[in-house]
Write a protein of this length. Structure first.
Length: 435
């Protein structure tokens, strides 16, 4: 295989900056760039489902690798050692607690929580060459960069205290129930200050697809807004008003918290049968999906949902249409997910139905030229990564993204939320790109 010119530049950047974030947009081949830039004994830490992806990539670019390199691949869950009682600790496994020539951390935005056991253990890795790979360095909010910065600059006093660092850059206020809420960038700071003072102008590289792959086929977006059916709307409003409702099947829906309420309403905005599979189908959204799929029987399509129960409902719809599918969701094992992806990419089935959480990262699904969002994820990065499964290197056809949105529901409110989060993320990314 040959690298694209921008990928050659990426390899050179990593070699010249031994501790760096490679934050190219999804689909631009960060895996290959990191492998070619690796030197000596190399530890790769990746989500469990992606270990085979890394093994395949090593085989594919074997001729480009440094002659002295060797690879050890582990998942995030395999980083931590265990105590004598068998419980996971926040220490490294003994076999990993040694000097490494290179450490590659894939999907490194998984390190956003500084208190998780794997994050604490990874802080203890011994290496002079560390490559952090992520297409979404800021999954939700800008302060989530802290752990990556601490890894970039080990021992640097700027990053030895999380709350001191937060106080330097962001507004924070006390919550009535304890703790603090982190808000916007301080008024006396700019995103240019943030980028320069945190070393992101020298240790961070991000290329955008439109800049480096101008010949990639276009991606067109279409939004279809539907109203709720009368019975669906009645259940939705009862849950919204009183936190519970009794369905026709006798099933009782309860929501004891704001988060629980939101989840129930989000499911009901897709369809009553999503919340209660024993209920009769009651969903304009799924009716629209039925019409779309009836027109795409001979095409390859990725259909994505946020909830497993929504995937169940879509799978029942596909079965009713006589359409063969593969499913990728939290209930599917890693090995079965790999088989599903391989089968889909080989053209053996025409439709993949997946949850956003399981399909958003790592996979190449360029057999499809259309992705249909039955539901959106509240993280903008998840939605962006999902559509980049089909619109990436290797895609040769124009692509279409279809969003089915239920009017006057949490669906439409989610659009506003995603807009605000995206603005927060892109403020820092845009500043870095300008410098």
């Amino acid at each position: 295989m040959d690298l694209y010119p921008f990928q050659v530049d990426g390899v050179e950047f990593l070699l010249n900056n031994p501790r760096a974030i490679l934050a190219d947009e999804p689909g631009l081949g960060k895996t290959y760039q990191a492998l070619v830039a690796a030197r000596g004994a190399t530890l790769i830490i990746a989500p469990a489902a992606f270990k085979n992806i890394w093994s395949d990539a090593i085989e594919e670019c074997q001729q480009l690798l440094d002659p002295g390199v060797s690879f050890t691949i582990v998942s995030y869950h395999q980083v931590n050692g265990k105590s004598e009682s068998g419980k996971l600790t926040d220490y490294l496994k003994p076999e990993l607690n040694k000097p490494w020539s290179t450490v590659i951390i894939d999907e490194s935005h998984h390190l956003k929580n500084r208190k998780t056991k794997w994050t604490v253990a990874i802080f203890k890795l011994k290496t002079d060459r560390l490559y952090l790979l992520t297409g979404t360095p800021i999954p939700n909010w800008s302060h989530e960069l802290y752990c990556l910065l601490r890894l970039l600059f080990p021992g640097d006093k700027r990053f030895t205290s999380y709350w001191r660092w937060v106080g330097t850059w962001f507004e924070a206020k006390d919550n009535p129930w304890g703790g603090q809420t982190i808000g916007k960038l301080r008024d006396d700071k700019t995103w240019e200050d943030f980028a320069v003072d945190n070393g992101l102008t020298t240790h961070y590289l991000r290329r955008l697809r439109d800049d480096v792959l101008p010949d990639l086929p276009p991606l067109r977006e279409q939004t279809i807004v539907v109203d709720m059916l009368p019975k669906q709307k009645a259940v939705y409003n009862r849950v919204k008003k009183s936190n519970h409702a009794i369905l026709e099947s006798g099933h009782e829906i309860l929501a004891w918290s704001t988060g629980g309420m939101y989840t129930k309403l989000h499911k009901l905005s897709t369809g009553v049968e999503v919340e209660d599979p024993s209920s009769k189908p009651c969903s304009n959204k799924l009716s629209v999906l039925r019409e779309l799929m009836s027109d795409r029987v001979s095409d390859y399509t990725l259909v994505v949902c946020r909830f497993n129960s929504s995937v169940d409902a879509v799978c029942r719809l596909m079965d009713d249409l006589g359409i063969s599918i593969v499913r990728v969701s939290g209930s599917v094992s890693d090995s079965d997910r790999e088989l599903a992806v391989s089968s889909f990419q080989a053209g053996k089935v025409g439709v993949m139905v997946a949850t956003i959480d399981t399909i958003a990262e790592g996979y190449t699904l360029t057999k499809a030229d259309c992705v249909i969002f039955v539901e959106r994820h509240p993280r903008p990065s998840k939605n962006e990564q999902t559509r980049r499964r089909i619109h990436r290197i290797g895609q040769v056809r124009p692509c279409l993204q279809i969003d089915i949105v239920t009017a006057n529901s949490v669906d439409t409110k989610l659009v506003d939320l995603l807009s605000r989060k995206t603005d927060n993320q892109m403020a820092v990314l845009g500043a870095i790109d300008l410098l």
